[in-house]
Structures are given as C-alpha cells and as structure tokens.
Design a protein around this ligand. Sequence first.
Ligand code: UD1
Ligand code: CA
Length: 499
Amino acid sequence: MRLFLCRGWDTTNLTESKFTMSDEVASTSKLAIVIMAAGKGTRLKSNRPKVLHEIGGKTLLSHVIAAASRIVPPTDIYAVVGHQAEKVKAAVESTGVRFAEQTEQRGTGHAMQCAREAIVGYENILVLSGDAPLITSATLLALWSFHQAQHAAMTLTSAEPADPTGYGRVIHPSADSPEVTAIVEQKMLSPEQLPLREVNMGLYAFRTAPLLAHLEKLTSDNPHGELYLTDMAHVLCDAGERVVAFRASDPGELLGANTIAEMMALDASLRLATARRLMDAGVTIFRPETCVIDADVEVAPDTVIEPFVQLLGRTRIGSESRIRSYTVIENCTLGNKVLIWPSCVLSESTIADGASLGPFARLRPGCEIGEDVHIGNFVEAKKAKLHQGVKAGHLSYLGDTEVDEGTNIGAGVITCNYDGVHKHMTRIGKGAFIGSDSTLVAPVSVGDGAYIGAGSCITKDVPAGSLAVARAHQIGKEGWASARRARMKAKKEPPASQA
Ligand code: UD1
Ligand code: CA
C-alpha cells in the first residue's frame, strides 16, 4: 500500500478534512505527487521566486508540500524547480521531498517532461501547482478517489468562479458529461467559447503510462510559445484515452496567487481560517480580523486572545491564558494560566504556568521563564533562566543570567553581560534580594538568600546569606542648600542704594 496515513505522520489536517479512506482507495498502487514550482512569477514583480513568497507565516511551496505529505511520503513528492532552483531547494529540502530540474521554463507541459525520469516508476500521479497554497489533503484524496473510480487517463479539477477570466476553459463533448475533450487557455478562446464558465483549476491526476506515452506530442503552437500541460486533455482524448473533470467542492481552496494583492487575499483568508480553527477548539479571539496568527500556531481551550495580537511561527499556548493587545509572540511555548499584558515582544522562549509578563516586556531568544514568575514593564531578558516565583518588576536587563527560586530583582537592575568581546554569565541563588539600580558585572554570582544594597555595582561574587553594598558613601552638610540659595539671591538683586 503506497497511499498511506500511518502513525508517525502528521495527520492533524485529516481530522479537519473528515475524510475516511475507503479500502478501495487504500489498496491502490504506487502514487507520486508532482508540484510544479519552476516558474518565475513575472506578474509579482519580485526578485524572490514566487513559490517562496509567504502567506500565513510559511512559503507557498511549504503549504503545498504539507498537504501533499499527508497523502504520500515525502520521498514520493517531486517538486519541479527551475527559476532560482538552489534557493527553492534550500528552503524546502528539510521536508525530505525530491526535486526535478527544469532549467528553462518553457511551460507547464515542459515542466512535466522534465519530471519524466522521476515519475516513470509510478502508476499514477497527482499534479499540483506550487502557487496554490490553500489546497487541503481532503481535496487531494477526493480527486484521487474520483480519478480511480472513473478509470481516467487524466482527471482535471474544475470550478465555475464568478469571473473566469484568465483561466483555461473546460470543453465537454456534451452538457452534463464528466468527459472532457480539451482545455482552452484564455488567449486561445474562440468567440463562441468566451462565455464558457467552467475553468481548469490547475490540479490534476494522471495515469502515468498514457501520460508518458503521449507527453512528447505537446507543441508550442500558442501565443506564449510554451508547452501547455493543459493540452494533454485533447492529446489524450485524440489518442482514445478517457479524460474527465472533477468538480471542486470548494474552489476557493484552489486559488492561485499571481500578484501580491492576490497573495495577501489568500493570506487573509488563511489567517481567518486559522483563527476559526482555534475558536472551534475553544479559544476566544476578540476581533479575529485584527490578529495575525500563523498557520501552525496551536492554542489550548479557554485561552483569550485580545485584538491586534500576533502569534507567529510554531508558537504554542496552553489553556486559560490571556494574551493582551499589541503583543507579538514568535516561536514561543507558553503554559497554562499565563498572563501577557499589552505590548510585549516575545521570541524563541518558554514561559511556564502562571507566569505574568509586561506590559512592554521583551524576551529575546533563549529565555526560560519558570512557574509564577513575574516580569514587569520595560524588562528585557535574553538567555535568562528564571526559576519559579522570581520577580523582576520594572526596568531591568537580564542577559545570560540564571536566577533561582523566589529571588526578587529590584527596579532598574542590569546584568552587565558583555565586555565588548565576550558574553558572561550572572548566577543568582534562591531567595536573594537584588536592590534597585544595581549593576552586576559578569561573570559574577550571588549566593542563596544574599542581599545587594540598592545602587551597588557588584564586581565580586557575593556569598550566600551575606549583604553586599558597593556604592559611594553618602555625606550630609546641614544648612548647605539654604545657605547657597541665599548667596545666589544676594548676587542677583542690586544693592538697595541703586533702587
Ligand atoms: C495554469 C493553467 C490554466 C489554469 C490555471 C489555474 C496552463 C498552461 N494553464 O495557468 O489552464 O486555469 O493554471 O491556476 O497550465 N510552472 C513551471 N514551469 C513552467 C511554467 C510554470 O514549473 O515552465 C509552474 C509555476 O511555477 C506554477 C504552475 O506551474 O506554480 C502554474 O503555472 P502558471 O504560469 O501560474 O499557470 P497559469 O497561468 O496560472
Ligand atoms: Ca498560476
């Protein structure tokens, strides 16, 4: 069984798809997926390859690969790459997919010719576009199942969008027939064909033997001088093979992006779908249209997301937490009952249950914030490990620092971790008290239960249980200020005789 959904693969999207694979589909033989991703995307007017533009926090191509990977193992997925091929490969090679090279981009039919070697050992292939990122595994399975049932050589996916302009139109021999005799691209439409509304959505299934037997019959006899994969419809039909159309249940899923504006429309709909997925799972999101939530974000039930929050990358948030407005969280893991006050910026860090941060707190990468830790306003931390119950309420910088349980960090405490060349660690023990406005010049350690007097500049280790004060002595001069003021006043006012 090549088509598989075995344990160990991420099948999360399948629960959403509600697809149950029939035995008939499960027992089918070798299937590969080809993703056409070699095009330049001229209409984007961008130097970045089209398939590496991002929506929902991931490249277009990685969305398509994610859907394909739920149908076949990555080693049976072939991305056809060409324009900036090295960049495209580097961006997705960690997924384990394979590549076919199309050095010159001479059209979608030519892209398939370039994948010939790759697909020759498979009985069937699905062909996807790298620029249509909303595709789901459910739709791929539905197409696959239809293709099998129809015993077709080619199955194309069709729909009737409100405006069919720009798409290839599907020609049937008679109304109501699933059979197809040709796909006609926009520029080739005859006046009688112009009103046709059923369009080719660019997602196909092929039986490999007839495809490869007739693939070289494609010609570039069209306004672009390209080899069109769509021409395989009439080539196969003329060769007596069966070509059929599969009607997409949700054509919105198959939309491609040819311009930045179209891409941003896909981004908006993907993000709203992500917010809806989270809300369906018990998360409260106020004004979801104002939030920027990436596709892979997970949030547990009873957590509240306020307006204008950004949750990015692989962020995970537990239950009964609250993320207040204007906070940006990227690649962080938050526990349960965590409270993030407004305007925090948190990156690549973990925050345990019951912690509270902000407003205006910043975690740079590598922080581990323990249970019930409180980090207040204008505190910045980097590679800081704060154990349970640590409090740093105001205006601090904690970098390359480990602070043990229950220690209190006063307002304005700074760890001086950088000597201009190297970074150094500051270690503070349990239940210590670091007075306000102290600077701790690393490498330095403060023992359990020690006290640091406010305003100290600590350069030597402080033993457990001791007090360290390192500041200038205060002197007092009684009457000095009033005497000075009197002198100043006397200088300013002219003598009485001149008045
Ligand atoms: C294609 C179809 C059209 C269909 C539409 C649906 C053709 C000729 N036309 O048009 O019938 O209605 O999709 O969106 O196929 N690519 C390559 N190598 C190439 C050219 C393209 O890999 O030489 C890739 C692109 O990167 C892209 C995909 O193929 O991911 C589709 O190409 P694109 O130029 O966007 O085709 P459309 O004009 O959208
Ligand atoms: Ca396209």
